[in-house]
Design a protein around this ligand. Sequence first.
Ligand code: CA
Length: 228
Amino acid sequence: MTRILIVEDEQAIREMIGFALKKDGLQFEEVGDAEQALVAIASNPPDLLLLDWMLPGMSGVELARRLRREETTVDIPIILLTARAGESDRVHGLEVGADDYITKPFSPRELIARVHAVLRRTQTTSDESPIRFDGLSLDPVGHRVEMDGEALSLAPTEFRLLQFFMNNPDRVYSRERLLDYVWGRGVFVEERTVDVHIRRLRKALTQRGYDRFIQTVRGAGYRFSARD
Ligand code: CA
């Protein structure tokens, strides 16, 4: 059973979200600030976090950053709820580790669509064998990535992106195609979002030099290749 944690200080919005989730048959818990969220996550990690950006005390962005730093919480999918519609703010939200964002005000329908889109792309499918290129290996079932035998923590979207690339090496994909494959069709995400996640993925792979596998093909998109 999928469990969602709502972190939102405005009661009216919390209730609206709770109502929409319940109507859709999704289980949820709700808290009003980041400190309570940390306690709730430690005792029972949720399958998805709906996280308000502006919270009293620790902000939603700071909480997202903290969760991404910890081994035990790095792979919890996060949708950031934000009243800020500026492009740079949105990109900033994704850079701290959110998998998606929703700009307030939003409709229950949009919320549910995005929740399902994120869950779809972050929940793993079974009976797939590990994929390996050089010292980089990805285990789709165990949801683990290793670089030269060392575990690498990746946020859910970066994991999905890397998994897609490793399953489809040596082919160029446009941002649009990557959005379709990795994020799912019918979800409105700006193409720039792809660049943000590519940047984060490359950064994670840099330590062992495997960022060289993620190649930019000017004017066309991106390609994963372990060939020189
Ligand atoms: Ca708020």
